[in-house]
Design a protein around this ligand. Structure first.
Ligand SMILES: Cc1ncc(COP(=O)(O)O)c(C=O)c1O
Length: 422
């Protein structure tokens, strides 16, 4: 009778043969970044058609001219509805919310926060980084030499016991990155208790800020949205009104990188930020703001637009779920998220992530490098992968899944065989 190892080696040879056949199809599919697909981008094209007919002079403001650094009142109102704050607690800016986040970290480093000492004068600055998390948040920390402390991401948000302890006991902890709704990449929505605990933190550093990146604020994949508690109300109640910076954009509502981005914070923070921004620029693109307000109108209308996005995205997430359940439904070694919104699926195969990415690349499937979802690219379990299904067509996605499934099978068999050799 063949030994277990011989049996596994035979299975591996079979899977490798299947894999070679897939390689021969020489198709390439990119599932690295959460970019909207082309059909999603088409949804907002009517905005450009109406652009020539709009009135760019409103309430005494000529949007074509200089001024109004915080944005036109109607655009501030629109984002105030989304953030659930008042319009004077909002700044509307250009294109990218990531750009605002970077700017705020840069301002804190160079000038301090609401009159505190600039962070770059301090011995050490640390940020808490719930992980798996968003690689571009971690890249901002790296760019400014901010030390990153990894906090485990649980099913209902970051490990709050750990967050509370670190924030309370160490005044060099100046910030935490959070994607509170349909989190990148896990799809987690922070539960009410987690939001309340986050809003009620007792930081040792008075210039500690929660970077509340609500990128997926309206981005449900289903007919109903999952509600998120209002962190601003809770922070005000806890005496922490100035502790929250929140961000969002229309990158995945209208045009990625060419829409509007916005932030919300207390009036004191907004005034502080505007005073610094005013040195750098006179205003953002108000013409684009007029176009966006005319097209998006209000929160309810944005929900309707997002249903059209969901109709395009949902089948791709469903295909992933179906194919993966068929292949690994009864395999405890392969776990994946079932997000209710956002752009990502988080896949965990312990000890195999790097190998899976490598195999996928050999068959033309690009996925985000293993480790990217952790600070310093360091996933000590070599487990987590981020899958972004928005760009490929369903046919491409089906092929990508043929490859991914085969790659997972091969990586798992190789791991099992290697264990036997030890
Ligand atoms: C959590 C999160 N924040 C921010 C961004 C980038 O947003 P923007 O286009 O507004 O810079 C992304 C893009 O994928 C994201 O996933």
């Amino acid at each position: 009778m063949a030994s277990e190892k011989e049996e596994l080696s035979k299975q591996l040879s079979n899977e490798e043969r299947n894999f070679k056949k897939l390689q021969k199809r020489s198709i390439s599919v990119d599932m690295t970044r959460g970019r909207p697909g082309a059909l999603q981008l088409d949804i907002a094209m009517p905005m450009l058609k109406m652009a020539g007919e709009l009135d760019y002079v409103q309430n005494g403001i000529d949007a074509r001219n200089y001024g109004d650094l915080a944005g036109i009142p109607a655009a501030r109102e629109l984002f105030a509805q989304l953030f659930e704050v008042s319009a004077d607690e909002v700044i509307v800016s250009d294109g990218s919310s990531l750009d605002i986040m970077y700017t705020l970290v840069q301002f804190a480093m160079q000038f301090g926060v609401l009159g505190t000492e600039p962070w770059n004068k301090l011995q050490q600055v640390k940020f808490l980084c719930p992980a798996p998390g968003y690689d571009r948040h971690f890249a901002i920390c790296r760019a400014f030499g901010i030390d990153m402390l990894t906090v485990p991401m649980l099913d209902d948000g970051p490990d709050m016991d750990m967050v509370e302890e670190l924030v309370r006991s160490d005044d060099s902890v100046k910030g935490i990155w959070c994607v509170p709704k349909y989190s990148n990449p896990t799809g987690v929505v922070f539960c009410d208790r987690t939001v309340e605990r986050m809003a009620s933190l007792k930081p040792a550093a008075k210039d500690f800020r929660v970077f509340w990146d609500n990128a997926y604020i309206m981005h449900t994949l289903n007919e109903t949205d999952v509600p998120l508690a209002n962190i601003f109300d809770l922070a005000r109640k806890a005496g922490n009104a100035d502790m929250i910076y929140s961000f969002t954009s229309t990158s995945k509502i209208t045009f990625a990188g060419s829409g509007l981005a916005a932030m919300a914070a207390s009036k004191a923070n907004i005034d502080d930020i505007l005073s610094k921004l005013a040195i750098r620029k006179i205003n953002s693109n108000k013409v684009n703001q007029v176009m966006h307000v005319a097209y998006l109108r209000d929160k309810q209308n944005i929900s309707l637009i997002m249903q059209r996005h969901a109709m395009l995205l949902r089948p791709k997430f469903q295909l992933f779920e179906r194919r993966m359940s068929e292949a690994f439904g009864d395999c405890a070694d392969v776990k994946w998220s079932r997000p209710g919104g956002g752009y990502f699926i988080s896949l965990d195969v312990e000890g195999c992530a790097k190998r899976i990415v490598e195999l996928c690349a050999q068959a033309g499937i690009k996925i985000t490098p293993a480790g990217s979802t952790f600070p310093y690219g360091f996933d000590d379990k070599d487990s987590n992968l981020r899958i972004a299904p928005s760009v490929p067509t369903l046919e491409e996605m089906d092929f990508a899944l043929d490859v991914l499934i085969e790659a997972i099978k091969i990586a798992l068999l190789e791991k099992q065989i290697a264990k036997m050799d030890v």
